[in-house]
Write a protein that binds this ligand. Sequence first.
Ligand SMILES: Nc1ncnc2c1ncn2[C@@H]1O[C@H](COP(=O)(O)OP(=O)(O)O)[C@@H](O)[C@H]1O
Ligand SMILES: [Mg+2]
Length: 303
Amino acid sequence: MSSAIVAPADVWVLAREHPMGPRKGTRALVGTLEKIYGPRFACWHTDELLLGVRRGRLTLQTLGGADIPPPRVVLVRQAPGSMAQHRELTLLRHLEHLGAVLINPLPAHQLCGNKMWQLQELASAGLPVPDSLSYATAPLSGVVRSPRVTAPCVAKPVNGRNGTEVELLSDPGRLRAVADRPAPDVPLMFQEYVAASHGRDLRVIVVDGEPVAAKIRSSRDGALASNLTRGASAELCLGRYPEGQALAVRAARTLGATIAGVDLLFTADGGHTICEVNAVPGWLPTMTTVIPAITAYVDRVLA
Ligand SMILES: Nc1ncnc2c1ncn2[C@@H]1O[C@H](COP(=O)(O)OP(=O)(O)O)[C@@H](O)[C@H]1O
Ligand SMILES: [Mg+2]
């Protein structure tokens, strides 16, 4: 086997090249880290790495067989929600075992990858979340007929993202019709419809326990989901909802996320309830506080 060694880098961004390449925010972060750390920084993609064990020691190599010295800090910018147990998460475990500090740590990625896992943690910590129901292997037809599942409610797969599969089941007919669909690959969650937040949410970016950016997202054409990928508009609002920001910080801490994009729903009493926590959040180019907060945090970890 080749004995070539790749130049060591303390700080990595770990991104996924395919199918779409890194998002805008990740590209800007890479540019800033290159400026700050020079050759001490490297951007690796999950499809470029081999992980192994040789003579009892964990190894990391390029496909060409060169050894890669382990980094000290890894900013994980793998596309959110797409991390598979036997692929990307295995790589993250490997990097943690090699001594790297992951931003976010592995458990945060695992928890954030399943909306029910998140609610289990958040509710157990006493944080406000909408009433929700999911299942393990129960047939969908039986779940939908349960007296505990009533319309109106919101249905979403436990691993959905970008608001593509979030659906308002506004009446019993629509709810019953779900039973006739083919069973989805992952369970659905049936959630209390937070009507006061219809088409609107508060997204707070938290970095190392501080709210560093916030925006109100508003959907277009009366749609329920206020994700920007679905055409919603955004208004920056850091400082306008101190109670919501504090809640976002507690949610991120509860899930062990040192970087988080927390989606909060507006409640009828003027407060907030937690919709979900994202472990690989994007941010708008106008959210100029996010990248400096991340690089300052990386500095603290290295120190
Ligand atoms: N229970 C709910 N009540 C009202 N609106 C909701 C509810 N759940 C989700 N939404 C809306 O749908 C959007 C997407 O839902 P979310 O759970 O964050 O899934 P995704 O992972 O697809 O972003 C939220 O940002 C919010 O605008
Ligand atoms: Mg969301």
